[in-house]
Design a binder for this molecule. Structure first.
Ligand code: HEM
Length: 82
């Protein structure tokens, strides 16, 4: 359930050029809540490769090791832009 909510947060973030950690009602880590950047292709790619290196102290325990899979996921998320 928590993962599903996070995935939704991810989609919202990509969809609206949302600032990281700012979807109302989601219980972010303090680290992500104060991250203070806007998601784009580069930051999304870095996040799913190694979230901890992008935002130390974050809580997403999920990574995509394969670079071509990361590229596909980011390309998909960017198609959701209005
Ligand atoms: C390809 C799949 C995924 C993508 C693209 C993705 C992307 C993201 C993004 C962009 C955020 C930040 C959202 C924001 O700033 O509002 C986020 C947060 C988060 N995700 Fe994922 N995510 C994925 C899969 C998962 C999975 C499978 C889990 C759990 C099993 C998960 C758990 C979390 C959690 C807990 C957070 C909040 C982290 C924090 O508060 O520090 N994510 N994810």
């Amino acid at each position: 359930m928590r993962g599903a909510i996070a995935a939704l947060a991810a989609l919202l973030a990509a969809n609206t050029a949302h600032a990281a950690g700012s979807v109302s009602g989601f219980d972010y880590s303090p680290a992500l809540a104060k991250a203070g950047f806007v998601w784009d292709a580069r930051s999304l790619e870095r996040w799913i490769a190694d979230p901890e290196s992008l935002v130390p102290g974050q809580r997403m325990g999920f990574r995509v090791d394969d670079a071509s899979e990361r590229a596909d996921i980011v390309a998909f998320l960017l198609t959701l832009k209005p």
